[in-house]
Design a binder for this molecule. Structure first.
Ligand SMILES: Nc1ncnc2c1ncn2[C@@H]1O[C@H](COP(=O)(O)OP(=O)(O)OP(=O)(O)O)[C@@H](O)[C@H]1O
Ligand SMILES: [Mg+2]
Length: 406
């Protein structure tokens, strides 16, 4: 476990969050620097304007450097977007001579075997997360090194993404004078940031409703088992409101955050709101319930897509830890109830915003916190890691080895 300072960067569609943190002696996250700035040059997890993105990265990192008084060179960067995919893959290695002790090299080799996926030339691996080892058929082995056996197997969650998008993030970071030390899958980061250890072990779903996308991560037995980036988020709710009510996007956003609800039925019938339409200087009244029906239809669509993803994953039956909602989009009143109604199978909760200081002002930073915990706490690097592309080769063993969450 490292306890030196790590600096992480969450390049969101609406905000850029940067944190420098280390661990206290007790194993809690000690945040030494933190900034949340409006995002620039990034949309739905993908760099849309290289110069803007790198300027935003540079500004955020400089701010954190000023707070900590330390120059940062390497950054742990979140990656998400519809181009990112995860798949469960198996690796196998006979242990010869028979029944000798399994070595770290064997572990590395079996993981490497599980990573031998055939990818199209435009894709590459971002992360490999061993979920479970098996020694001679014995399941749920966490640390095979040192054990005796004749056959070592591993189940690995392998994350891949489109090379161009990955390289654009690297390029934006490098134009800001920094280097990518590790990329962390968005739903993994949000899960580590917002789920409790117990929820992860029991089996639970993280749903991070951001501005441009919704990251869904399914955790089973303490590890990531499935993930998906859905193309819905808070910005779509705002743009629906703006189009249907003929308001500016700013007015729609203001009305949404002040009067919006993800469930129209919890809004009293007799309430009305004042809406200023484009080209008008005076406000017109609108029944708040009608307003919230527009909000609900988009949020219900998001919840339905999450339900479909859980169904498709095949893990629906092993998620008693329920669903945890985070991200700015989950701030709409009624979100928790809407998700419980749509998902049906499990309780939902909103990530506790007071927990571990997950909110900077009004901005949820579960993903950035999760990245920091991942970078510091996940046992490090079974793989070789030299050279500028080294982070791609790294293998981090996941969550089952975490200490208690702060
Ligand atoms: N109190 C609130 N009520 C409703 N919506 C809110 C509230 N606060 C923030 N939002 C919405 O949350 C969204 C931003 O969420 P968040 O900061 O998690 O996104 P992001 O991380 O920048 O984006 P992404 O993860 O999609 O790349 C915006 O669409 C905003 O309108
Ligand atoms: Mg986000």
């Amino acid at each position: 476990m490292k306890s030196e300072l790590v600096t992480v960067l969450d390049l969101g569609s609406t905000k850029t969050a940067c944190i420098s943190a280390c661990l206290t002696k007790e194993g809690a996250l000690d945040i030494k620097g933190l900034t949340v700035m409006p995002s620039r040059g990034v949309r739905k997890g993908v760099v849309a304007d290289l110069e803007e993105a790198s300027a935003a990265i540079g500004a955020a990192v400089r701010e954190v450097q000023n707070q900590t008084g330390r120059e940062v060179s390497g950054l742990v960067v979140g990656i998400s977007g519809q181009h990112v995919e995860g798949a469960n893959s198996q690796g196998f290695k006979p242990i010869v001579p028979r029944a000798r002790h399994i070595t770290n090299q064997d572990v590395l080799e079996v993981i490497t075997h599980s990573r031998s996926l055939v990818l199209t030339p435009d894709r590459e691996q971002i992360q490999a997360l061993p979920r479970e080892f098996r020694v001679d058929g014995q399941r749920d082995v966490l640390k095979p090194a040192g054990m005796s056996g004749t056959k070592l197997e591993v189940l690995t969650y392998v994350v891949t993404g489109q090379s161009a998008h990955i390289q654009n993030i690297e390029r934006a970071v490098s134009l800001a004078g920094k280097r990518v030390e590790q990329m962390v899958l968005g739903p993994l980061a949000s899960g580590i940031g917002a789920l409790t250890q117990e929820e992860m072990q029991l089996g639970a779903v993280i749903v991070d409703i951001g501005g441009g996308k919704t990251d869904v991560g399914i955790f089973v037995k303490g590890s990531m088992a499935d993930s998906q980036c859905l193309p819905v988020g808070g910005q779509l709710v705002t743009s629906d409101l703006s189009k249907l009510l003929k308001t500016s996007p700013e007015e729609a956003e203001r009305l949404k955050t002040h009067y919006g609800s993800a469930l129209a039925k919890i809004v009293p019938d007799d309430e009305s709101i004042d809406v200023v339409q484009i080209g008008r200087t005076y406000a017109r009244p609108l029944q708040r319930k009608v307003f919230c029906e527009i909000v609900e239809s988009r949020m219900r669509e998001a919840a339905t897509m999450v339900a479909q993803q859980i169904e498709k994953s095949g893990f629906k039956g092993v998620l008693p830890g329920g669903v945890v909602l985070t991200g700015g989009g989950s701030r709409l009143p009624g979100t928790q109830r809407l998700f419980e109604e749509v998902l049906k199978f499990a309780p939902a909760r909103i990530a506790d915003s007071s927990l571990a200081g997950q909110c900077e002002g009004d901005k949820p930073i579960s993903a950035a916190l999760g990245m920091a915990r991942f970078a510091i706490q996940c046992s490090d690097d079974l793989g070789p890691a030299n050279g500028s592309n080294a982070w791609r080769e790294r293998v981090k063993v996941l969550l089952s080895r975490f200490g208690a969450r702060t």
